[in-house]
Design a protein around this ligand. Structure first.
Ligand code: G3I
Length: 350
């Protein structure tokens, strides 16, 4: 009897010793549980593997995953003819294990292009064949597993002209349409998105994107496109809600789905604050509420989802990119939900 008791005590102590909890396991109900559209987050696969607190949040609160960098051109295709699948494969398995959707970001962009592509020596026909191979190889590998793609990202400049990129330079202005056709031919089931920033407040760029959509839809056969990703890198007051609504109306008028694809709400755009105050937190909470509420006004079949661009404030690209303190996301550095998290939840329940 004493031996059995000792064994129980030993096993209990062992289990306690093995507790790798972070102390901040999510206690609120899952954010996505109240939504009838995907609630996503941009992730880093290294963090998912190694950081239990980070993983807990992703698994518990989100039902859609976007690789923040792991499927970009330089990550997946670092050498000519050599693809690096490890990180993307890990995310595919993660999504299968936890029953999440995977939104692929991004097949073609002018940034995070591998050096070999930048330096590629070939005729224009060879450039086209190189880009086509890139798009089709990735879409084919993840066909049936990646449910939607950002096919082309940020193809337009601020003046509304097609951005002067290596793709335009070597393949011509029609490269965007070609990318959508290559992706659609390879996986006709995947939803295909064009993704860009500043559309709600840059009329020239919005007109250019809508012009592209009109052109795609009027071609014979039409160029496949399912929706527009509005990168929601916003502040607590800019751009105004009305201008976001107007941009959404124009997109839905074309029958296209809308994603709020990269949501973060900067509270320190000018870089003048060193600390986060309650007042700032409240403004962020109200802003998230308004954005989610606005999004819910879309017809159900056009709601492709909202994706938050990172897990905790400490992970946000804004801090390292702009070298300033900021608190743009739903969770703080210790993975505690911020008022913004509750603003998001309230808008879903409202
Ligand atoms: O890969 C290197 C790594 O080897 C090195 O150790 C590390 C040291 O800092 O840098 C790593 O590269 C960084 C990469 O993120 C991966 O972490 C780059 O320096 C950094 O510039 C890069 O930033 C990403 C940025 O895109 C690049 O333009 C951000 O994480 C990512 O959030 C951001 O996301 C973009 C969307 O894709 C498109 N829309 C705009 C959005 C914000 O810029």
């Amino acid at each position: 009897m004493i031996r059995i008791l000792l064994l129980i005590v030993f096993v209990t102590l062992l289990l306690l010793g093995c507790d790798n909890s972070t102390g901040h396991e999510p206690k609120d109900k899952p954010l996505y549980s109240k939504a009838d559209f995907p609630i996503g987050v941009a992730v880093d696969s290294e963090r998912l593997r190694k950081d239990a607190g980070y993983r807990d949040i992703v698994v518990h609160h989100f039902n859609s995953i976007t690789p923040e960098n792991g499927m970009k051109m330089d990550a997946v295709h670092p050498r000519e003819g050599r693809f690096f699948w490890e990180e993307a494969d890990y995310l595919v398995e993660f999504c299968a294990q936890y029953n999440k959707r995977l939104h692929g970001h991004v097949l073609v962009w002018h940034s995070q292009v591998p050096v070999w592509m930048e330096d590629y020596q070939g005729t224009d026909a060879e450039w086209e064949s190189m880009l086509k191979g890139h798009v089709q190889t990735i879409v084919r590998r993840y066909s049936g597993e990646v449910s939607s793609w950002d096919v082309v990202n940020e193809a337009f400049a601020d003046d509304g002209e097609l951005r002067d990129t290596i793709w335009r330079h070597h393949i011509g202005g029609d490269y965007v349409a070609k990318c959508f056709r290559w992706a659609g031919d390879t996986d006709p089931e995947a939803r295909l998105f064009y993704n860009d920033y500043s559309l709600p407040y840059n009329q020239s760029k919005l007109d250019a994107v809508l012009g592209m959509v009109d052109d795609f839809q009027h071609r014979e056969p039409p160029v496949p496109i399912d929706g527009i990703g509005l990168q929601m890198h916003v502040t607590d007051s800019f751009p105004p809600m009305d201008s976001i609504r107007e941009a959404m109306d124009k997109i839905r008028g074309r029958g296209l789905e809308v994603r709020f694809s990269e949501l973060d709400i900067s509270l320190n755009f000018l870089g003048i604050y060193t600390d986060l105050t309650e007042d700032m937190e409240q403004r962020q909470r109200e802003r998230v509420f308004d954005l989610v509420d606005l999004y819910r006004g879309l017809p159900e079949d056009l709601r492709a989802g909202i994706t938050v661009w990172g897990v905790s404030d400490a992970d946000s690209w804004i801090r390292h990119h702009y070298h300033r303190m900021d608190w743009p996301l739903l969770f703080d550095e210790d993975y505690r939900p911020k008022p913004a998290f509750y603003g998001f939840m309230e808008a879903l329940e409202y």
